[in-house]
Design a protein around this ligand. Structure first.
Ligand code: HEC
Length: 485
């Protein structure tokens, strides 16, 4: 009598937990756990050992003794269901599910449901039926697989790891606006709630297509009427507004990040748009530069103010002047070869010499006069005088450039005579000498004295592309630098 009562209790429990598990799996995107319930998830790694052992024992006992103690099967079934449910709670707390967690979850849930099925078949006295045998085999197999993926989740993948601080990929020199910038911001600040596994508002932002498509309200990005885009509207709503994104308690976008997304939407929300396709006066250019040089604010705040009229007087077809950051007076200057080149094109830049941070004179027939001017650019950090006729003598004036980080003198006549000069450039991090007259001994003597200096000398083509990629790193940066203070 008492046994039947107990039995009906355990039947009800198994049924209830199974239904609850299925419910969790189906409605996962809509589930927001209270903290206490979420805390139950922490037990998952501990309890999961019980069902593994119990299931293997149960299957073994059933095979050998042709019959299984219903108590053993009941406990095994209940623990595997509880394990699956706590695992589900635990996974809700992790921001984004990788493939491994995805498989682990479905295998684990599948295992629990298969076991519940076995429990039910056994109840129907079908314990020795062929179907049950097949089921037991699948249970053992699923246990092994779920356990395997589970191990990978905790030991291999980033699950349970501390949130990474540099998920903002380093931005290359000429970034794709969507891939390298917009998608990084979204990954960082939105994707935890809007990914294929967790689609808050039925909205996944996992691809450009989905990002545009939007969620239950419809299109999130309206290319015809960019300003009307649901996505932008939500970013601009006051933080306290319920519809503001990301929700108030979450890490917010910086104003630069919001402007970046907005400008990108305004320009057509394309995934092929690249920095160098933009005109200099596009606000996006300054915004991207700002992102790439977040330390700019501190470093460049003391630069003298540049008079706009001076700037417009200096611009020419053969020279571009770019602001490196919207918030500073730092400039980047690029000269193009022209048949009518005269040194004055460069020496006329004297009024803004202190504002020049990067100067690209690659391929220009410069000489002593221009180099003298360069010495006045005391804040210069990146100088490109490769493919120019400069000699050791010509470049002597750059010894005063105490902030110079990167120098390109490849394909010039610069020789070992300049090694001492390079040794003295205290801020220099990268030197490009390939195709110059500098010898291997010269380079090794330089590197002995300045071990942290990267010298790019004569290298074969394959390694060269590697270095060119590395080259782009110098003006990029990590995410935390652009996070709100
Ligand atoms: C903490 C979770 C969370 C984060 C992080 C988050 N959202 Fe949401 N988002 C939601 C929820 C919940 C909804 C559905 C409720 C609503 O419509 O306000 C939603 C809805 C939306 C919608 C409307 C979808 C539709 O069609 O109804 C947009 C657009 C959106 N979010 C954009 C963003 C953007 C952009 C970010 C990152 C800057 C972001 N969200 C970050 C939880 C989040």
């Amino acid at each position: 009598m008492t046994f039947t009562l107990k039995k009906s209790w355990s039947d009800a429990l198994v049924l209830g937990l199974s239904v609850f598990l299925v419910f969790c799996l189906i409605f996962e995107p809509y589930i927001e756990l209270p903290e206490l319930v979420g805390w139950l998830g922490n037990w998952h790694p501990l309890i999961l050992h019980f069902p593994i052992v119990l299931l293997v024992v149960a299957v073994y006992v059933n095979l050998v003794h042709k019959k299984i103690s219903s108590l053993l099967l009941t406990i095994a079934t209940l623990t595997v269901l509880i394990t699956a449910i706590t695992g589900f709670f635990l996974s809700l707390g992790s921001s984004e599910k990788g493939d491994i967690l995805f498989w682990h979850q479905w295998l684990g849930a599948g295992l629990a449901l298969l076991t519940a099925l076995w429990y039910w078949l056994d109840n129907q006295k079908l314990g020795q039926h062929k179907v049950t045998k097949g089921l037991q085999l699948s249970i053992v197999l699923t246990t092994v697989l779920a356990g395997h993926f589970g191990g990978m989740v905790t030991h291999g993948e980033d699950f349970l790891a501390l949130p990474s601080s540099n998920s903002f990929e380093e931005i290359p020199e000429n970034p794709l606006i969507y891939k390298h910038i917009v998608a990084s911001i979204i990954d960082d600040k939105c994707a935890s709630c809007h990914n294929p596994n967790k689609q808050k508002g039925e909205y996944s932002m996992s691809s450009l297509k989905n990002l545009i498509k939007g969620g239950k309200t419809g299109k999130a990005i309206d290319k015809e009427h960019p300003k009307e885009s649901e996505l932008l509207k939500r970013l601009h709503l006051p933080n306290a507004d319920e519809e503001h994104m990301p929700p108030q308690e979450k890490k917010q976008l910086t104003s630069i990040e919001i402007q970046l997304i907005e400008e990108w939407v305004r320009l057509g929300a394309s995934d092929t748009l690249q920095l160098n396709q933009l005109k200099n006066d596009q606000p996006l250019v300054a915004l991207v530069n700002n992102l790439m040089r977040p330390d700019a604010k501190e470093k460049w705040t003391k630069l003298p103010k540049v008079d706009k009229t001076i700037l417009s007087g200096l611009n020419s077809d053969y020279l571009t002047i770019k602001k490196l950051a919207s918030t500073s007076e730092a400039l980047s200057i690029n000269l193009f070869t022209s048949p009518k080149y005269e040194a004055t094109l460069i020496t006329n830049l004297a009024p803004i010499a202190q504002n020049i941070i990067t100067l690209d004179l690659s391929g220009i027939p410069i000489g002593a006069k221009e180099m003298e001017f360069i010495a006045k650019c005391i804040n210069l950090e990146i100088l490109e005088i490769d493919k120019t006729p400069v000699t050791d003598r010509d470049i002597i004036p750059i010894k005063s450039l105490s902030k110079l980080r990167s120098l390109k003198v490849y394909d010039t006549k610069v020789s070992d005579e300049s090694i001492d000069l390079f040794k003295g450039l205290s801020s220099l991090e990268k030197l490009y000498v390939k195709g110059s007259a500098i010898s291997a001994e010269g380079i090794s003597s330089l590197q002995k004295e300045r071990p942290s200096l990267v010298v790019i000398g004569d290298i074969d083509a394959e390694i060269k592309t590697y270095f060119i990629e590395k080259d782009t790193v110098e003006i990029t940066t990590k995410k935390e630098a652009i996070s709100p203070k």
